[in-house]
Design a protein around this ligand. Structure first.
Ligand code: NAD
Ligand code: ZN
Ligand code: ZN
Length: 347
């Protein structure tokens, strides 16, 4: 079968011919109905060096996946062949305390797994078929379309985790800012609107991205220019943002997040553009908490899928064939994708 593989860091993905996988004992074979093209893949292609990750290419890209159960390995039960499912992406050991809570994104025994997951070190979903190593990573999606469910497993799950931990701060009269309203950010906006009474401000450098953010519920769209921090302060009654989700993570967006934050606020770094935020007593308003977040938990994925099933959140998806995958990443890098591009390998 054809697969889009990363064959080396700092190289674009390549369409290659690989063997169709078979599920081993305990494994599940998925026929892929959608594999989202995440900006993290661009970091693999442009920024990451050998040695930065505990794993190396080659592997098939695609770490946000959904499709249908094609075959069950020996000993697997509880799923029907043909059933529509999403793949929980962060594969932990399943044994440690974090994994026991469903927080496999923060597995404490990466030595047991090598820390490789489908699309990031191990073969992912940019191919007609993908093997998932344990049935607990497979979540039935009911009547959701796999091409729409795929982005929910990362572009949905990652901001959901970041939004959920911020909710205690988002009481009536507060302000939440999402910087970078692409794949993750346009989902964050919808979740903030659905789950909090906060005023939601979207920030991006691209007017098309701001238009999408406003169409999915942002109260305001702000261009990320030199005036952005002052504009956010004005829009929040002079106080600044109680919560900032930086879905870019560059020097400029981190500086903007700090400048736009309110005393006692929360600045969450979701994007991995490699920027740094200098911290000193006077560089950030008093008691602003700064944290990174990585992906989300399995219970949170169930919650995200439930929100999508009830129509509270809807990913803005553009579908592409597998043959188009290399050019999809070029378009993503050029800022020409709105919402999420999803590869549909078996269309
Ligand atoms: P995307 O390309 O779909 O969206 C990024 C958006 O940010 C675009 O709309 C772009 O115009 C905007 N942007 C870029 N630079 C900007 C700037 N200086 N100011 C304002 N806006 C700017 O990307 P995505 O797939 O949503 O991913 C976003 C980031 O999150 C990436 O760095 C990705 O690697 C990272 N990511 C992190 C996790 C995690 O677990 N922490 C998970 C998935 C993705
Ligand atoms: Zn991702
Ligand atoms: Zn673990």
């Amino acid at each position: 079968m054809k697969a889009l593989q990363l064959t080396a860091f700092k190289q674009p993905g390549e369409l290659v011919e690989v063997d169709q996988p078979e599920p081993g004992p305990g494994e599940v074979l998925i026929r892929i109905g959608g594999a989202g093209a995440c900006h993290s893949d661009l970091h693999l292609m442009h920024d990451f060096e050998p040695g930065m990750m505990p794993w190396n290419p080659p592997f098939t890209l695609g770490h946000e996946n959904a499709g249908w159960v094609e075959a069950l390995g020996a000993g697997v039960s509880g799923l029907e062949v043909g059933e529509a499912v999403a793949v929980y992406g962060p594969w932990g050991c399943g044994l440690c305390r974090r994994c026991a809570l469903g927080m496999e994104n923060y597995c404490e025994r990466p030595d047991l797994t090598g820390a490789a997951v489908g699309g990031l070190g191990a073969d992912g979903g940019m191919a007609p078929y993908m093997v998932v190593p344990a049935v607990r990573h497979v979540v039935p999606i009911g009547d959701l379309d796999p091409a729409e469910a795929a982005p929910l497993t990362d572009a949905g799950l990652t901001p959901y985790h970041a939004v959920k931990r911020a909710l205690p701060l988002l009481t009536p009269g507060t302000t939440a800012v999402v910087i970078g309203v692409g794949g993750l950010g346009h989902m964050a906006v919808q979740m903030l609107r659905a789950l909090s009474p906060a005023t939601v401000i979207a920030v991006d450098q691209r007017p098309e991205a701001l238009r999408l953010a406003e169409s999915v519920g942002a109260h305001h769209g702000v261009v990320s220019d030199d005036e952005a921090a002052a504009t956010i302060r004005d829009l929040s009654g002079g106080q600044g943002a109680d919560v900032v989700l930086d879905c870019v993570g560059a020097d400029a967006t981190l500086a903007l997040g700090a400048a736009a934050s309110r005393v006692l606020g929360q600045l969450t770094i979701v994007g991995i553009a490699g920027g740094t935020l200098p911290m000193s007593f006077f560089s950030i308003p008093y008691e602003v908490s700064v944290a990174t977040t990585y992906w989300g938990s399995l219970p949170e994925l169930h919650e995200v899928l439930a929100m999508a099933r009830s129509g509270i959140i809807t990913p803005h998806v553009t579908r592409f064939d597998l043959d188009e995958a290399p050019s999809v990443y070029e378009r993503l890098a050029a800022g020409e994708i709105e919402g999420r591009a999803v590869i549909v390998p078996t269309s």
